[in-house]
Every structure is written in C-alpha cells, then in structure tokens.
Design a protein around this ligand. Sequence first.
Ligand code: ATP
Length: 602
Amino acid sequence: MKPFKAPNRFVQFNHSHLYWRPPLGFFLIGSRYFSGLSPNTFMDVVKATLKRASTAHDSVAVRAENNSYSFAEIVSSAWSICNHLRNGNFKSNIEEGKYETSIQTNNKSENLHGARIGIVAKPSAEFVAGVLGTWLSGGVAVPLALSYPETELLHVMNDSDISVVLSTQEHQELMEKVAAKCSSNFSLLPSVTSGPANTDSLEAAGNDQFHLISKLIEEMSDSRKFEGDDPALILYTSGTTGKPKGVVHTHKGIISQVQILTEAWEYTCTDQVLHCLPLHHVHGLFNGLLAPLYAGAVVEFMPKFSVRGVWQRWRESYPDNGSKVDDAITLFTGVPTIYTRLLQGYETMDLDLRAASASAARQLRLMMCGSSALPYPIMKQWEEITGHRLLERYGMTEFVMAISNPLHGIRKAGTVGKPLPRVEVKIIGEDGNSTDGVGELCVRSPSLFKEYWKQPKVTKESFIDGGFFKTGDSVMVDEDGYYVILGRSNADIMKVGGYKLSALEIEAVLLEHPVVSECCVLGLQDKDYGEIVCAIIVTTENKKKVVDQEFKPAITLEELQQWSKERLAPYKIPTKLLLWDDLPRNAMGKVNKKELKRLLEN
Ligand SMILES: Nc1ncnc2c1ncn2[C@@H]1O[C@H](COP(=O)(O)OP(=O)(O)OP(=O)(O)O)[C@@H](O)[C@H]1O
C-alpha cells in the first residue's frame, strides 16, 4: 500500500517529459486530459488519462483511509472487475483479491449490453473502480445506499433487475442474503492496490505499470462497449415524494453534467476535495466525485462524516497563518445539516482552536451547499466565522444540477442563483402556460435523464412540450433574476384557508428564533381551513437542558406565535407546535414530509 502522501502535481520534475502540466489559463474543461478534442463519455476521459499515464507518472486521483490511488491503479482494478463481469464467472463466490488481475483479451467474453450491476461500498477507491469496471463491461451501474434497510434494498434491486451486486466484506453478509432473495449474484470487489508514490520508485517498478496501462488502452480502444445515448447509471430518488424511482442517466448526460459543473465552479487539477457525502445521490456522486475527477482534481474520501475530523483536516491543510501543505483541501461541499453540525462543533472548541479552525477554513477556495434549503442563520454564521458565503445551488436526481449561485459575483441568500451554462428553465402556472410569477419549475438540459426505469407512463407525464422536465418544485424569480425555491408542490406548499404558503419560507423565519435549532413546517389536514400550519421544532442544546430541569417547554405555541407576529403574515403563523428531540432525516439530511404528514394525521 502506498503511504498517504501529498499529490505531486505541484512538483516540477526534472524530466519535463514525465509530467505534463497544463498552462494556467488554458481553459479548464478536462484540461488535464484534452487539448481540443471533446470527450463523448466519461470513459473517453479515462482513456485519455491513461494515455497520458503511459508516458508520465499518473498522480493521485483518490485518497482514502491514509492511502493514495492513481487513476491508472483504479482503472486496472476496474479492468479486472470488467473481465470478471464479462466472463460471467461470478456464480461461485470469489474471495477478495482472487480476481484475475492480468489483462485478458477474451474474445469470447460478453459485453453486458446494459445489465444492471449494483454497487454497495462505502466511498472508496473500490467504489470508483466498481463504477468504471461496470462501464468498461458495457453494464449500467446502480449505486445502492449503504443506509437502505433490507426492504428498500429488495425494492430497488428487484425493480432494476440487478444481475450482480458488487460489494465489500463489510456488507457481505447482508448483501449475500439480499442478492439470494432477488436471484442476483454476489461478488466481492477486489481491493485497489496502490503502487509506489514517488517518481523514482515508479521508474524502478515502472515497466510493469506502463505495460499494463498500454494494454488497457489497447483493450479500451478495441472494444467500444457503448454509445453516448446508452444508459450508464440508475440512481434511485430518495422517495421524499413517493416510492423511490429509478432515474436512468446516459453516458452523454454524465459527461455533459461534469463539464457544466467544471466550467461553472472552475474545478481544476489543483483542487483537492474533502468528500463526506453518500455516493448513491447526485450531490456526492457528481458534484463531489465525477466532476472533480474529470477536472483532474484529487478526491479525498472521509466515508463517515465527522465534525472533528473535518475541522482537523482543514487545520492540517493550513497549519499556520498563511501556510498551506501540498495536500491541502481546497474544496468542500455539503448539505445544510453538515454545516449546522460543523457550527455546533466549532462552538465547543476553546478560543485557540476556534481561531486556528476559522483561519484554516477561510483559506479553502470554495465551499458549497445544497440538496435542501440552506437556512439563513446558518449561512450568516458560517460567513461570520469562515469568511465563506456558501455557494448554494439547486439540483435533482433527474437532471443533477440546474441552477447555481455564481462562483464570481453576488451569492444571494435565500436564492439558488441562475441557470447553469447550457441549462434552460421555465416556470409554468396551473394552466400549463409560462408565467413570470410563482409556478412549477421546468428544466431542459444536456444532463437530463433518459427515463424512469420501466416506467414509460410516468416518464411521459413528467415532460412537457419541447422536452422540458417538470420538477414538481414551486419557484419564483426575484428582481435580480435569481431563483427562489418555495418547495415541493406536493409536500412543502400548504393550502391554508385559501392561501398557498411555502413551508420553506416559514422554516427560514422560525430558524431565526434563538431557541430553534432545527425545524420542519408542514400542513396538516383541517376541516375548517383545509390545512393548518404545523411546526416541529428541535430546540438548542442549552435550552433543552434548562427545560429538562424545570419541566417546562423551551418554547410554547403562544410564545412562538407572539414572536412570529412581527415576522410573518397572520395566516403563516403556526397554529400547532411539536417539540421533538430530533428530526427524522435521510442520508442526505432531508425530512420526508409526506411520511411525517401521514404519521401525524393518523
Ligand atoms: N438548494 C436547494 N434549496 C431548496 N431545495 C432544494 C435545493 N436543492 C435541492 N432541493 C430539493 O431537493 C429536491 C431534489 O432532491 P432528490 O432528487 O434527492 O429528490 P427527493 O426530494 O429527495 O426524493 P424524491 O424525488 O424521491 O421525492 C429538489 O426537487 C428540491 O425540492
């Protein structure tokens, strides 16, 4: 195993032919790989990277658990996974590490022709190799959530007709059981082996590696397994608004999306991402992994999010005022609850540690937030401490990212910015016609999904004329052309006594109350008003302690209503209050309001 080591892309080698570094200013899209040609699929990017690696030392692409892995190392593991899948010998359980690691040119081996391959692994080099190996074999990757309970796993695996589940020892017991119930095969992912870290030893050990890479390129060029329009990925929606649906993305859609993100947020090969999100969701998979890899950045996985771990990693990156280590983190992206937790962690630090943490965080290039609405108090506090105004953006499983606040220019609180390059949007009213007011957001983008898996009727109903996808989100545009997300039409938009209210707007206000730490607003059925506004509140820790001692609630409905009077129109003020210890959130930190409503109304 290669020791954890700084990537050497900043190193100026003596032998200039060993390492090509794009001149600064050379435009960024895939600049590490392409000088003019435009890739059709992500695998073209991989091939170009390998070509470069055959004549140069390939620097670090992924770091995980104190190991560093180059693209070539990940791809050679992907290649053995591909052979394994194509040879169809997965019926017998293969022990970890016993995959055929040499390159086989097996003319009899089958292209998988779109067979679905489930991938269950924590964020790791093995996960990345699993996805690339699936693509190399002509299969469709289906990343499955580690947090899924068995019933949900069964639903997703049966729904997508998974042929083989690739997983690691950690999940072997559960996945073997589930695979057997779905008549799928189970196979262990081989460990990605990492080679020598420095150029000298690489040159010493070099011939084998270069030989391997040349063979990989040959194989990849020989056998074209898929076209741009072919399915590459099925991601399951979180099920916030119904049963999870399989969203099919094509190779072409994936490459378009990573190009869009690279361009908008100026990802480059000098970036190093600290990644602590799940990989079965677009935020973690595209924003945090595929787009950075495309740009040649390093992705460092922290598979289990840890508040102390994140702050510490930033402090290690920028140890003293102004100094920066070679493997310094430059990019971070998270959901709002991650930032809430980081702020809570910050508050428990002593003054010296706070100063060091804030100063380190300040030096990252970019910090982003999304997947659900970023509460204003969190954004404000984060900016006061770290100097970063979080870049909030809007996305969805079906088109990945569509709207974003700018990298340069004004990032407006409470908005998600403007459409990303090459993304078109329009708002339609209840009559289906375009409107300038509040309405449903529709998106047309090169990254739009192909279809819902095995659901042609639902797919058809989700599009309007001209190929715009109906998001189900209510939005409006402010005076500067920035988009404001009012929420899911069927979960966040409440109909109270004839008024249509946005739960997100009310949540944003309630979160400013000093005792409110988290909150969720939803409409509950009412015979007089249609719906009433119900607020579920988690109070701040200190208050809760006082409360426990005094046996009195941290806040009463009357107190909340009194406080709200100056901030909300009378019909928006909650008429029901529930105080909970925490909110039931999924892996992406989202509350399933439909399920909560069902629970509270029964
Ligand atoms: N910055 C943001 N602000 C507010 N809402 C956001 C933001 N980013 C994403 N969202 C919400 O997340 C939704 C997309 O998330 P995702 O595709 O995971 O679906 P889901 O709601 O979690 O699950 P399902 O599609 O199964 O209902 C968007 O439609 C929008 O409602």
